[in-house]
Write a protein that binds this ligand. Sequence first.
Ligand code: COA
Length: 155
Amino acid sequence: MIREMTRDDLPAVNEAEADLFASSPWPEEEFIYEMESNPFSRLVVYEENGTVLGYADVWITYEQAQLANIAVLRNAWGRGIGSRLMEYCIDYAVKSGCENLSLEVRVSNQRAIALYEKYGFIKAAVRRNYYEDGEDADLMIKPLGGLLDDSDISY
Ligand SMILES: CC(C)(COP(=O)(O)OP(=O)(O)OC[C@H]1O[C@@H](n2cnc3c(N)ncnc32)[C@H](O)[C@@H]1OP(=O)(O)O)[C@@H](O)C(=O)NCCC(=O)NCCS
């Protein structure tokens, strides 16, 4: 099930951050800020039989949504949990009335990029030297249906 993150989840989340984002893990205070102080944040975990296997953080700022974090514990990769979390975030952003959902991803992170492309994210720009180690980020955006398509326009 997917539910809101609580402080009890932090040991598992900290361990996952250190493993998955070795060069730039979010510190525990960042998660606490997102959970308790950031009014724009929706921070959730994916839990199975009482064990946290993944988490995601989506920011809703008026008509824009941004995926700030998404991660699945390494030993649970490839089981569809990342997809479940992504579907939750997309649904949450749509229900919040957002026009698009954006994210940044390391250009080398083929696994994550494959997940994003599966859900209709399109590369919109490259952010040079985006990460502390100098790697570039792809800015990817998914339109959420708030935008007009041709059929809505009369000439
Ligand atoms: C990226 C991540 C969240 C994906 O989670 P996951 O639970 O493995 O994802 P899923 O099982 O739902 O697979 C989603 C898609 O990833 C891709 N994928 C799955 N296994 C793959 C593999 N072995 N190699 C490459 N791509 C793969 C596929 O496109 C897959 O969709 P499909 O199975 O319908 O074809 C996870 O690998 C992760 O936490 N990585 C480290 C943290 C990270 O990089 N986060 C993103 C930062 S921007």
